[in-house]
Each structure stands twice: as structure tokens, then as C-alpha cells.
Design a protein around this ligand. Structure first.
Ligand code: GDG
Length: 459
């Protein structure tokens, strides 16, 4: 295989200690690229006043060459905040009510994808393999083809692909889907997403499945399949074991004073179901008074996309809700919910997962959800905790040892918390072992290898 060029909207440089920032794509791709090396191209996160920016900023870290471009403020507004995060993100998370479609934003989205293609072009050598990531860059492959590049091009969607009924509500859906047909391989998180995609092509009569995983659309043949993304399972397990010795983790352990810890970790996002989760926790305590003063629910929620109004509102709403519940059910010596609204270090995070009796992961819709997988990997094999997982997370297709819940069902979720906290050790071990074995066999390296093998097969 030639060199690997990964392209994603943001290119997060690792922190000084090598740890990636909060966000699933960054965590997974850094793990995948550091193994094999390659180029990672994308937006620096900075805005520039120049419409014609200078050369790409190049940074070499370990085996990865980061190639960064700035964007103008208008580009960021229209392409990133506008179309990507206010049309595609809500739509793909089944929240058409939050989608704000505008022609200007859509034009900006296609314009910035063309700009990415022009910025990337000078880096591309004939046998390079190009791997494009996520919903920001769906039209990029078509732009590259238009410029004459015939390299293998793969695309991976990190978020869900919704059913046809939802996709067609987006005015530009045909132009968007056209972009995917210019790839050699399109990867989705789960078989459901793949089925939805195939169903959309059939329903709109713009393509069909000509053989298993082989599609024809817009006069092109391409493949599509499910590649559930994962984590560095063995390394994360070892990391979590060591984290227990850290003073921060010890302090956290002392501060829960022998209570059972329930942990939730999510970027602040409406797709993560944080308000429903808090409500179900309250219901659990109210309907199971024996657990009063016996549990602590820690919700870690780094801010994200604060420039988008829905996110800003949510930040206030969640903080108020946590305060209200603590006021209603807390006592002088017990704060039931601890809410941290910023990112914590990866070491502390791993230790907290291991300390927690319950991993409480209840998104309303999620492409995969790496937190669920990290929670499982971090457990002590001798006394593992229980994963309470939304059936609407992609991870629910794999983690069958979890207690699956419908996050819209407050009562059901509250009952699952009670069941998790009272589960006998033998059952906890059995459930955990099955999930851990699966994650050891299906880690992020296997995900990456599986996708790239398929992309380069027959090249
Ligand atoms: C998208 C899709 C898909 C979170 N808080 C902190 C922190 N994190 C880390 C977690 C985890 C990552 O961020 C979050 O990943 P998720 O997968 O849970 O969610 P998204 O960010 O929405 O990711 C998702 C993913 O892409 C990959 O394809 O699974 O469905 O939405 O790794 O640990 N890390 C640190 N401090 C925090 O406070 N250090």
C-alpha cells in the first residue's frame, strides 16, 4: 500500500503528554495513524483573514505528518457551524426540528470542500491511499475526482446514517449523496446505517445494490460496508489499571466515601441524552430509597461547539437541571450528582471508569460511542462494573453484555440502574468477559486494518 493520507475537518494536534483531545474521531484516528504513520490533513481550528492562504502548516509528531490549513471566518460560519453542525449533524441524529437549512450555508459547505481538495492536491502522489472522514467532507471525493485524481479514496462516516424518510427532508440530499458515489469504499458504523443508505438509494431510485456491498449510483460503482470503530482495548485496560495509583484518582475514590459511583462522560451535545439521563437517575433514587446516600452520579461533560446556539442553551439547561435534582433529593451530607463541565485528563478519566460500578451511557442517537467501549476496557476483571447502554448507540450492536435501555423510557432506565447496582458478581463477570473478549478482538487497529484492506483490495 502507498502512503496513507487521512483527511478530516479538524486535525487535533496531540497534547504535550501525547493524549488526544475529547472527541471520538480524534481519539480513534490518532491511535490508528500512530501505528502506521502517514499524513493527516485538515483545518487547524484557526481563522485567517486571507481568502488565499499561504502554504499548509506542516508539523511532524512521531510517525504522523500533520498538514493544517486555516479557514476564513465566513468559511467557518457557513461550512462548519452552518451546514455541517446545523444541518447534517441534527439530521443524522434524527433531529430535523433543530436543522436550520440555508442556501448560503450549503454553498459554503461545497465551496470549502473544493478548497480542501485544492489544498490537498499538491500533497498527493499517484499511489497514495486517501481516507476521508466524517460528515463535514462528504463532497470531497467528487472534488478530487474532478481534478483528475484516480487514487483509491475511502470515506468513513462517524455518525449515524438515518432512514430515507429523514434524509429526503434535507433539500440538498441528492448532491450530498452524489459525493459518496465518487469513493471506492464507503464505511458506516453499523449494519443499520448501511441498510438505511441502501434503502435511500432504492427509494429515491438513484442507485442500487448490484451485489453484496456493491453499489451503483451516479454512473459509478463503489463498495459500502459497516466497520464499527473501536478503541485501543489492551492499552486502555493497562492504562486504567495503572491510573489507580495516581493521586487524583485516589482523591476521587476517597471523596465518594464508599458509595457506588455511576459515571457518565459525553461532549455536551443534545444527541447524548444527558437531560433524560439525569431525570432517570432522579427517578431511580426516588423509587429506590434504599440507595439514598449510597450512590454518586458523576457526569463529565466537556463543552463543545459553544458557538452553535443549541449547545450554549444546553449548557445552561443541564447545569440547572443537575442543581435542581441535587436540591430536591440531596441531603446535608450527600450531593447525588456531581457535574463537571470541562475536560478532565485521560489518566483521571480511565481511573474513574475503573472506580465506577456503573457506566451510564444513554445517548438518544450515536454513531458508535467510544465511552461505552472505554468503560468496559477499564474494568477490573475481578470486580467489573456494569454497562447501562442506550439501544440507540451503535455500540449496542456489539456490546451484548450491557443492560440495554431506551433512554426515552425514564422508568425503564431507572430500573436498569437498580438492576446494575444489585447484580451479583458472577453475572457481572460473565457479561463483562463477553464484551471484553469482543473488544480485544475488535480493537481500533483491527478497524483501521479492515477498512484499509478492503479499500486497497483489487487496487
Ligand atoms: C463521534 C461520534 C463515534 C470525552 N470527555 C472527555 C474525553 N472524552 C473522550 C472519550 C472518548 C471521546 O472523547 C468521545 O467519543 P464518543 O465516541 O463517545 O463520542 P463523539 O465525540 O460524539 O464521537 C461517535 C465517534 O465519533 C468515533 O467514530 O463513536 O458516535 O458521535 O474517547 O473518552 N477525554 C478526556 N477528557 C474528557 O473530559 N481526556
Amino acid at each position: 500500500m502507498g502512503r496513507l493520507i487521512v483527511v478530516s475537518n479538524r486535525v487535533p494536534l496531540p497534547a504535550k503528554d501525547g493524549s488526544p483531545p475529547a472527541g471520538g474521531l480524534a481519539v480513534a484516528l490518532q491511535a490508528a495513524l500512530k501505528e502506521r504513520g502517514g499524513i493527516w490533513m485538515g483545518w487547524s481550528g484557526k481563522t485567517s483573514a486571507e481568502a488565499e492562504p499561504g502554504p499548509l502548516a506542516i508539523e511532524e509528531r512521531d510517525a504522523i505528518t500533520y498538514a493544517l490549513t486555516d479557514l476564513t471566518a465566513t468559511d467557518v460560519e457557513e461550512y462548519y457551524h452552518g451546514f455541517a453542525n446545523r444541518v447534517l449533524w441534527p439530521l443524522c441524529h434524527y433531529r430535523m426540528d433543530l436543522a436550520e437549512y440555508g442556501r448560503k450555508e450549503m454553498a459554503g459547505y461545497f465551496r470549502v470542500n473544493r478548497f480542501f481538495a485544492h489544498r490537498l492536491a499538491p500533497l498527493i502522489k499517484p499511489d497514495d491511499v486517501i481516507w476521508i472522514h466524517d460528515y463535514h467532507l462528504i463532497p470531497l471525493a467528487a472534488e478530487l475526482r474532478q481534478m483528475g485524481f484516480s487514487n483509491r479514496i475511502g470515506f468513513f462516516l462517524h455518525i449515524p446514517w438515518p432512514p430515507a424518510d429523514l434524509v429526503v427532508m434535507m433539500p440538498a440530499h441528492q448532491e450530498i449523496v452524489r459525493g459518496l458515489a465518487y469513493c471506492d469504499l464507503v464505511g458506516f458504523q453499523t449494519d443499520y446505517d448501511l441498510q438505511n443508505f441502501a434503502g435511500y438509494l432504492r427509494r429515491e431510485e438513484i442507485g442500487d445494490e448490484v451485489g453484496p456491498g456493491r453499489f451503483r449510483s451516479h454512473g459509478r460503482m463503489f463498495r459500502a460496508a459497516a466497520y464499527p470503530i473501536s478503541i485501543e482495548t489492551a492499552a486502555f485496560a493497562a492504562f486504567a489499571g495503572k491510573a489507580m495509583a495516581s493521586s487524583m484518582v485516589r482523591k476521587a475514590q476517597q471523596s465518594v466515601e464508599g458509595r457506588d459511583l455511576i459515571i457518565g462522560v459525553d461532549r455536551l451535545d443534545y444527541s447524548k441524552g444527558i437531560t433524560q439521563r439525569l431525570e432517570a437517575f432522579e427517578r431511580f433514587v426516588v423509587t429506590n430509597p434504599g440507595y439514598q446516600n449510597k450512590v454518586t452520579f458523576l457526569q463529565v461533560t466537556p463543552k463543545s461547539r459553544s458557538e452553535v446556539p443549541e449547545y450554549e442553551q444546553m449548557q445552561k439547561m443541564v447545569a440547572e437541571q443537575a442543581g435542581r435534582i441535587n436540591g430536591a433529593i440531596g441531603t446535608v451530607d450527600w450531593v447525588p450528582i456531581r457535574y463537571i463541565n470541562r475536560s478532565i485528563g485521560r489518566n483521571l478519566l480511565a481511573g474513574l471508569y475503573r472506580l465506577a460500578s456503573v457506566g451510564y451511557v444513554t445517548p438518544l442517537r450515536d454513531g458508535m460511542n467510544l465511552v461505552a467501549k472505554e468503560y468496559v476496557a477499564a474494568q477490573d476483571p475481578e470486580k467489573p462494573g456494569v454497562l447501562v447502554l442506550s439501544r440507540f448507540a451503535g455500540a449496542a450492536r456489539e456490546l451484548k453484555g450491557a443492560l440495554l435501555v431506551n433512554p426515552y423510557d425514564t422508568e425503564g432506565t431507572a430500573n436498569a440502574l437498580a438492576k446494575a447496582l444489585s447484580m451479583p458478581l458472577a453475572e457481572r463477570k460473565e457479561r463483562w468477559r463477553a464484551m471484553m473478549d469482543h473488544l480485544l478482538a475488535h480493537d481500533v487497529a483491527a478497524w483501521c486494518q479492515g477498512f484499509l484492506d478492503d479499500l486497497t483490495a483489487g487496487a
